[in-house]
Design a protein around this ligand. Structure first.
Ligand code: FES
Length: 95
């Protein structure tokens, strides 16, 4: 699926955890640290296509809460997985 991160276009298939593509996604200006949902540095805003992504796990929700990211569209990029293919595209922007 077409995923636009800070204006850079990626083709990411469903079922792949975005942390596996951290080396590519960081070229779009997303910073990664732990890549397992603990540190919170990869937080960004899903401005389009949130409904095609996995729900946040309790661990992700805890990290988001700890870093003060309280909007529903704020997610940890390392934890994202495309779970539905019926979006035209997913658009993500760092704050
Ligand atoms: S890289 Fe640490 S939470 Fe995503």
């Amino acid at each position: 699926m077409r995923v636009v991160i800070n204006g850079k276009v990626f083709d990411i298939p469903p079922g792949v955890k975005f942390s596996e593509l951290a080396h590519l996604i960081e070229k779009a200006g997303i910073e990664f640290g732990c890549t397992d949902g603990q540190c919170g540095v990869c937080v960004a805003r899903v401005v389009k296509g949130l409904e095609c992504l996995n729900e946040p796990s309790p661990e992700e929700e805890e990290t988001l809460w700890r870093i003060g990211a309280s909007d529903e569209e704020q997610r940890l990029v390392c934890q994202l997985v495309i779970v539905k293919e019926d979006c035209d595209e997913i658009v993500i922007e760092s704050d």
